[in-house]
Design a binder for this molecule. Structure first.
Ligand SMILES: Cc1cc2nc3c(=O)[nH]c(=O)nc-3n(C[C@H](O)[C@H](O)[C@H](O)COP(=O)(O)OP(=O)(O)OC[C@H]3O[C@@H](n4cnc5c(N)ncnc54)[C@H](O)[C@@H]3O)c2cc1C
Length: 316
């Protein structure tokens, strides 16, 4: 099949696992990288004309791709423009810019406000959609506005922060898959380069201690809100930590269910952090699905809590 346009390069049978941090999964039947709204429109038209499903891929750091791959068009967002407005303490970034670059370059420009995100992989587009968070801060806190392409209307709209509906690991862009994030304006404050840099480095060091280093998609499950008062008290007593936002960490529930270190084929519940399912090298999506089912069943049986995935399944 040929693209109707001239700019985009549609490839066939492109392996997806190297484009994910989990390093699992089969190929995309069709694959394209887009770096502008025009290219995105062309890719969407190609999918429409050829009756293909499509999937938007950012940095691939929160996805599990099926072993059979994705039988449609994977559109990888590579919009990477980056403008700094020093006067107004703002940066405008393309959705394909890595979060790492946002952190590094905002600090380099003497801004403070993004240090918390140091060490989180992926793109700013993915971070906005899922309202990526760490250490009590989240992406929505610094977003002034988001430009997104609405595929139902084939038109770009600008969403002010309050219209983005940022919530726990969510936003309007997650609720409405017809919205594809193109760029964002991030509002920061004047800071001190050295102080921010030290803060970011400390966070990276902390993350390296807490998080496993093997291939993974980050935290696998969302932290659930638990109504059971006895369980809440048990968590607080055992860990010495107060509940955050009424939620019990999924990792604690998985550990208490005795699943730390549990292996299934080539994947394992990390010994370091029980909410991380890690790829031991030859893990398959089927291994992951079986392990995820086991985790959900055990946690449900043991605590009456239903875990839900934070990661996104692709091609299932
Ligand atoms: C080691 C490790 C540590 C992590 N630590 C954290 C952490 O501390 N906090 C945290 O929140 N997350 C963490 N994550 C998860 C992950 O990094 C974040 O969720 C990240 O924001 C995902 O961005 P991405 O670009 O990789 O998205 P992808 O994985 O490519 O995609 C995730 C979802 O977003 C959608 N998407 C991506 N780009 C766009 C776009 N432009 N428009 C619309 N939809 C889009 C995709 O369709 C998909 O549904 C971690 C992951 C790893 C591997």
């Amino acid at each position: 099949m040929k693209s109707q346009g001239i700019k985009i390069n549609i490839q066939e049978n492109v392996p997806l696992s190297p484009l994910t941090t989990f390093k699992i999964g089969g190929p995309a039947r069709f694959f394209v990288e887009v770096s502008s709204e025009e290219e995105l429109i062309e890719a969407l038209q190609y999918a429409r004309n050829n009756d293909l499903r499509f999937f938007i891929l950012g940095g691939g750091s929160n996805v599990l791709v099926n072993d059979a791959g994705f039988d449609g068009l994977v559109i990888r967002i590579r919009c990477i423009e980056f403008y700094v407005d020093v006067e107004k303490n703002k940066i405008k970034v393309g959705a394909g810019v890595s979060l790492a670059k946002v952190v590094k370059d905002s600090i380099a420009n003497n801004f403070t406000g993004m240090e918390w995100a140091a060490g989180i992989p992926g793109t700013i587009g993915g971070a906005i959609r899922g309202n990526a968070r760490a250490f009590g801060k989240n992406t929505g806190m610094t977003i002034e506005s988001v430009s997104a392409f609405d595929i139902n209307e084939m038109k770009e709209y600008v969403y002010a922060n309050e219209e983005c509906q940022f919530e726990y690991f969510g936003s309007v862009f997650k609720l409405k898959p017809n919205l594809i994030i193109l760029s964002a304006v991030i509002k920061l404050e004047k800071g001190d380069k050295d102080k921010s840099w030290n803060e970011a480095m400390d966070i990276i060091k902390k993350r390296n201690v807490i998080h496993p280093q093997e291939s993974s998609p980050g935290s696998f499950f969302l932290n659930p809100v638990v109504a059971d008062e006895k369980l809440r008290m048990r968590f607080e007593k055992d860990t010495g930590n107060a509940l955050r936002d009424e939620k019990i960490p999924a990792g604690w529930l998985i550990e208490e269910a005795g699943l730390k270190g549990k292996k299934m084929g080539g994947v394992m519940v990390s010994e370091k952090h029980a909410n991380f399912v890690v790829n031991l090298g030859a893990g398959t999506a089927q291994d992951v699905m079986m392990l995820a089912s086991l985790i959900k069943m055990k946690v449900r049986n043991e605590f009456g809590v239903q875990l839900k995935e934070e990661i996104q399944y692709v091609g299932f």
